[in-house]
Design a protein around this ligand. Structure first.
Ligand SMILES: Cc1cc2nc3c(=O)[nH]c(=O)nc-3n(C[C@H](O)[C@H](O)[C@H](O)COP(=O)(O)OP(=O)(O)OC[C@H]3O[C@@H](n4cnc5c(N)ncnc54)[C@H](O)[C@@H]3O)c2cc1C
Length: 453
């Protein structure tokens, strides 16, 4: 996958002389930037949030039309505001999520300037802080918080050649079935995006091939509790590190049509053709790894493990939640699982579109500071970067599993705001000699203020 994070430690280009100064500059006004602004406001830290588009733009134009939040409204929100007029168990539509963050920002009068892009951030050589070039002038900032999100640039593995007669788009460019040409679709990637898009296309009447890799698929709900609740009480949202070996495991959940458990066998029984991990292309002939059955089996294991943990939790805590033995019933393996397709000639199969639901990468090319590892990823501890004064918020696993999600980012933002305030304390410290000098200067300053010479 192309890594766009290779941050070159170069200088910014031209700089103008008129500068605005601010203690803390937050870059990006998605949920991470809004959360950051709330905590900085509460702590009285002068700050400004710059957003190149609109507040929560990703939820408006970066997602497909029918997308709803993956978690119910009672869960996928910040502590300080509920979704207006929405049943707590309902799943907010993407526009409702965007409006929620706009309303949230209005609630505390967040100092957000939209339509301003940060072009370059560079550490000052002769004084503390950073010089920030924006599309609307230059700003001096003591601290810079990078809240530009973990999902910035659509990432497509470089395995597919351009093919005449087959259009290829990323899931970020998918909006609805009507935009696609007539014909079958290959969806590559079966995380939450891929599986929901494939399901929507299948329901619209299209023939769909879905390439399924390693995945977790928690039950949507079990024994009257949503999986968000289960992951919360079982401490899994707060897990501080990913389990080894899970780096390439996506999570397949869906809030669509009121929420349902993702069940790949059911999709296949409804007519979708499942295939294993997409391996390589030879012209329009695509090869799939022979791992479909294994991927499905591991997904089942993950599903059943959560049911087991939930049952144990209920028993240990004596909770009165109804039994749900039918949740353990599995459909029979469909033919595409028992006799997997390992090679498919896309043209012969009538495939006219490939949708790559293969995730995102980041772009920090504008951040010319020493805050990155050799692989281009941020070097940080809970968002406090290796470059003093530069912070990240909203990174996956920044401090815990929930970090990149709505309910997790708010807590990480609080930690960053606290850190900035602590740095003020250090920076404002005056040693004995300095305090004496301050005291000696004080009467002179006071007298001069009173007009006495
Ligand atoms: C398809 C999809 C569905 C998701 N569904 C859910 C869900 O249901 N629940 C959940 O909790 N999470 C969900 N997430 C994960 C996450 O909550 C969202 O991706 C969310 O948008 C991340 O918020 P953020 O503020 O970190 O980043 P973003 O929302 O991406 O915000 C970053 C902002 O920074 C701005 N920006 C970037 N660079 C600059 C610059 N140089 N200058 C100025 N501004 C800049 C961008 O314009 C953008 O508005 C989903 C993610 C995806 C991809």
């Amino acid at each position: 996958m192309t890594d766009l994070n290779q941050t070159t430690f170069q200088k910014c280009t031209a700089m103008t002389v008129d500068k605005t100064a601010i203690d803390t500059l937050v870059v990006g006004a998605g949920q991470a930037g809004v959360a950051m602004s709330e905590h900085l406001s509460k702590l009285g830290v002068p700050h400004l949030v710059l957003e190149r588009n609109r507040i929560a733009e990703a939820w408006r134009t970066g997602r497909w039309d029918s997308l709803v939040a993956n978690g119910p409204a009672w869960h996928d929100r910040f502590p300080g505001l509920e979704f207006d007029g929405l049943d707590p168990d309902a799943f907010a539509g993407k526009e409702q999520v965007a409006e929620y963050f706009e309303a949230y920002a209005r609630k505390f009068n967040a100092p957000i300037r939209t339509g301003v892009e940060v072009k370059c951030v560079q550490r000052n050589a002769d004084r503390p802080g950073f010089t920030v070039e924006t599309s609307d002038g230059v700003i001096e900032a003591r601290h810079v918080v990078v809240a530009t999100g973990p999902f910035q640039r659509p990432a497509i593995p470089p395995i597919a050649p351009p093919m005449a007669g087959i259009s290829q788009i990323h899931s970020a460019q998918y909006y609805n079935p009507q935009q696609l040409a007539e014909g079958a679709v290959l969806v590559v990637g079966a995380g939450s995006s891929g599986v929901q898009i494939a399901d929507e296309l299948q329901r619209s009447g299209k023939q769909v091939y879905l390439s399924v890799g390693a995945h977790d698929r928690p039950p949507r709900a079990y024994r009257n509790r949503d999986f968000c609740w289960w992951l919360g009480v079982l401490g899994e949202w707060d897990a501080e590190a990913m389990q080894p070996g899970k780096e390439h495991v996506t999570i397949a959940v869906s809030g669509a049509r009121g929420g349902h458990t993702v069940d790949f066998r059911r999709l296949a029984h409804q007519g979708m053709t499942l295939v294993g991990l997409t391996q390589s292309f030879n012209g329009a002939v695509v090869s799939f790894e022979d791992n479909l059955a294994d991927n499905i089996r591991r997904g089942d294991e993950n599903y059943l493990a959560l049911l087991d943990k939930a049952d144990a939790y209920i028993e240990r805590n004596g909770l009165d939640l109804p039994l749900e033995p039918e949740a353990r019933a599995m459909l029979a393996d469909p033919d595409c699982v028992t006799n997997p397709i390992l090679e498919l000639d896309l043209l012969k199969a009538g495939v006219t579109t490939i949708i790559w639901a293969t995730g995102y990468s980041t772009d920090y090319s504008w951040l010319k500071v020493d805050a990155f590892k050799d692989n281009g990823k941020p070097q940080h501890q809970r968002g406090v970067s290796a470059e003093p004064g530069v912070y990240f918020v909203g990174l996956p696993w920044q401090s815990r599993r929930g970090s990149a999600f709505i309910w997790g980012v708010w807590h990480d933002a609080k930690h960053i705001a606290d850190h900035i305030v602590k740095q003020h304390t250090y920076f404002n410290y005056r040693d004995a000699t300095q305090r004496q000098a301050d005291a000696a200067r004080a009467p002179v300053q006071k007298a001069s203020l009173m007009g006495v010479r």
